[in-house]
Design a protein around this ligand. Sequence first.
Ligand code: PGA
Length: 256
Amino acid sequence: MPDRRPLIAANWKMHKTRAEAGEFLDDFLPKAGGLAGVDIAICPPFTALATVSEGCEGSEVLVAAQNVHAEDSGAFTGEVSPPMLVEIGAWGAIVGHSERRHVFGETDDDLARKVPATLGAGLVPILCVGETEAERDAGRTEEVVRRQLEADLASVPPDALGGIVIAYEPVWAIGTGRTATVEQAGEAIAFTRSVVGEIDAGAAQAVRILYGGSVKPANASELLMVEGIDGALVGGASLDPGEFLAICEAVDRGPT
Ligand code: PGA
């Protein structure tokens, strides 16, 4: 069995000022120090990246952005580039979150550029994929996830594929309190891994695939025990240090 280290990532979305981010870390970091068997990443808004990056120095907690542009610099008002994130101490960046796709019109063509650009700068992309409720109801879940993966990963060299993180997030489960069942999550994640395997068999064993969509302390253990699920991307429940800690504890394998 491949030894994929679990990862729990906090997607704060457009929440928390720098002061609030600092308060979170004051509460969370001393308690998270004991979690040796799980990688933890916090994805704050751009304005709090430096605060979280500096605050996490000396801890094992990783910092990631919620979005990134594909170019290193240029006339792209409002955007932030991969080297800018590296400079601020970021470990990775979420790319293709469903809110970016559905609210801001981000396309698979955009993501086909963003994923390799992120990797090229030395950052870990957390690529989000997932179907809408209408797509699931129409029986199109696998078609949609396949299309997203094949398009978004098209320009990633196969030997780099194992180093990315993929988050399967059914759009209908995000922020709704409706979680995918263990069977739905397990099936979609196994399918996601099989699509990566069609590109590169070794990468399919190495790539970490997270579940996202209304993960809470109450459902984390059940979801994260599912074979092939390597962790979670957590929105709402990551805003509270106690709730987020409880989710990290649910997957912590302890010292190795
Ligand atoms: P949620 O968000 O946990 O609030 O459903 C997950 C996400 O959007 O990544």
